[in-house]
Design a protein around this ligand. Structure first.
Ligand code: PDD
Length: 283
């Protein structure tokens, strides 16, 4: 039995009652978060739910729960579903009402839906690296909002998959932005490069953890946009996300990056990342 959370209640998945008039269906009108669970404990939950509240505010939506209440919901899902390693998915839509573009009457409340599922760490990809493909970024100009509107991301990821790649790398106006569901980093002469956290990318929680770890370890970081040509000349390349953690990118558009193997700085960051997970704290 899988227990979901919807509208204030914990319910068996088979008993869920979701309105076909939900604005999530009609417009993708909502926001979401993915939070990792390691060893039965939420990882960086405060940061994720703070970003959720910020995303909601940016689309002028008020979530009927506080950051702490959202954490409690996520914790209860982990417990009820007995999740050891996995993740929480939580989304909030602007509620259910007849299809009109403008916001519904204030009496229509946002709908919060969440679940927890088991999901192993991507250890093989982390050890061996993956290939990626450049795709034109045709998204809107508010990529800093973790919106449910992911059609351009879906199409980009599919294009990458059809080319045998694990991820699509968005390129806008000649610069590398981020992945379809990850942030991108290059390493050149010991310096880590990544796109600055502007409106054109999502400021990933994993990205923020990695930047902090770089500063702790003494790895220099430059939050500067770089071109696809620069990317191909990097010594190392990697992507980060809640589910991908720190995954080396060893091939882009069929071109080998550096030695074609996961690089030394990438491996150092993978180790540093693993060391600060709840799974390590408990050992
Ligand atoms: N995606 N950029 C985009 C466009 C993303 O969708 C994501 C995460 C990230 C990385 O953010 P974080 O480190 O906070 O997970 C960057 C999630 C995992 C998803 O949609 O499944």
């Amino acid at each position: 039995m899988t227990i979901y959370f919807i509208d204030g209640k914990f319910t068996d998945k088979d008993q869920l009652n979701i309105s076909v008039d939900d604005r999530g269906y009609y417009f993708g009108d909502g926001v979401y978060e993915v939070v990792k669970v390691y060893n039965g404990e939420l990882y960086t939950a405060e940061e994720h739910f703070e970003r959720l509240l910020q995303s909601a505010a940016k689309i002028k939506m008020t979530i009927p729960y506080s950051q702490q209440q959202l954490i409690e919901i996520a914790k209860e899902l982990v417990e009820r579903n007995k999740i050891d390693t996995g993740h929480i998915y939580l989304q909030v839509t602007r509620g259910a009402s007849l299809r009109i573009h403008q916001f519904p009457d204030p009496s229509v409340l946002p709908v919060v839906t969440a679940y927890a599922i088991p999901n192993e760490r991507p250890l093989k990809n982390m050890a061996e690296g993956v290939s990626a493909k450049f795709v034109e970024d045709v998204r809107w100009l508010r990529c800093d909002i973790k919106s449910l509107n992911l059609l351009a991301n879906v199409l980009a990821k599919q294009e990458a998959f059809e080319d045998g790649c694990a991820e699509a790398i968005f390129v806008r106006d000649g610069f590398v932005m981020e992945g379809s569901s990850s942030n991108m980093f290059g390493v050149k002469d010991g310096v880590v490069y990544t796109h600055p956290a502007t409106n054109l990318i999502l400021n990933g929680i994993t990205r923020q953890v990695i930047l902090k770890l770089c500063s702790e370890i003494g790895i220099q970081v430059k939050e500067t946009a770089f071109t696809p040509e620069d990317a191909l000349k990097m010594d190392e390349f990697f992507m980060t996300s809640t589910t991908a953690e720190v995954t080396p990118v060893i091939l882009i558009d069929g071109n080998q990056i550096g030695s074609g193997q996961p690089g030394e700085i990438t491996k150092k960051l993978q180790e540093a990342f693993s060391r600060q997970m709840p799974v390590f704290e408990k050992q």
